[in-house]
Design a binder for this molecule. Structure first.
Ligand code: SAH
Length: 219
């Protein structure tokens, strides 16, 4: 391995956490520590390593992107993930957020629509030694009933509305974080499920790639 490949990017990572996350109101210590630990550059092509810790999304295969670090942190903080939680992630993409979730939760079930992305994400997650992740290719708008209910569900792609299957598979007391809107802009919504129904809070404006599936946008 060349010295450049070996570079651990420790300084870039800690300044990302301090300047992009902490300074902008991410205060959950577990989220900050997890994002200070996961080597984000490993989830993007080596060509993109110089910008792996920059304040913007990065292109990955299949014309998708790995989200901006701040928006990932904001979603994870809103999901209030506990070490005992079982979490569902829709839109695993590069697997970067999957790795951060694996640091925060007990078990992560992650769904990605493209086989190429699932395979590459699995390779990196295996290489980094994450054993508490179940990564599958499929339509995440339907969730994954097999492992439900989930204490938290994170959707990393823009939905036209909250997919009913995901509300159904959320545990009582569970949190679902999802960008809802049109293809151009969305609102990050936090859906909480209680015994007597659900509540929805808008967190902030955002822009994600579309969630394509039976309970999402048409392909
Ligand atoms: N958190 C990821 C974000 C990837 S972008 C990361 O940081 O890398 C969103 C991903 O959602 C894309 O990879 C896209 O292919 C995927 N996606 C879109 N619709 C989907 C669906 N119905 N089920 C599963 N994944 C979907």
């Amino acid at each position: 391995m060349s010295p450049e490949q070996d570079k651990p990017f420790l300084d870039e990572r800690s300044s990302m956490v301090e300047q992009q996350l902490h300074c902008r109101g991410i205060h959950d210590e577990r989220v900050l520590a997890a994002m200070n630990k996961v080597p984000r550059h490993q989830f993007v092509s080596q060509y993109n390593w110089p910008e792996a810790y920059a304040d913007h999304p990065i292109a990955i295969a299949e014309q998708q992107t790995t989200s901006q670090p701040y928006i990932i942190a904001s979603m994870l903080q809103a999901a209030e993930i506990q070490p005992t939680d079982r979490v569902l992630e829709i839109g695993a993409g590069s697997g970067y957020q999957t790795a951060v979730l694996a640091e925060l939760a007990n078990h992560v079930v992650a769904i990605e629509r493209y086989t190429t992305l699932t395979e590459e994400a699995r390779r990196v997650l295996d290489q980094l030694g994450y054993t508490n992740v179940t990564l599958v290719t499929g339509d995440g708008t339907l969730g994954m009933r097999e492992y439900a209910p989930y204490d938290a569900i994170i959707v990393s792609a823009a939905a036209p509305h909250v997919p009913p299957a995901l509300i159904e598979q959320l545990a009582i007391g569970g949190r679902l974080v999802i960008p809802v809107g049109n293809a151009q802009q969305q609102m990050l919504e936090v859906v909480r499920k209680q015994r007597d129904g659900i509540t929805v809070d808008g967190l902030e404006g955002c822009r994600f790639v579309p969630l394509i599936g039976q309970q999402g946008f048409a392909a």
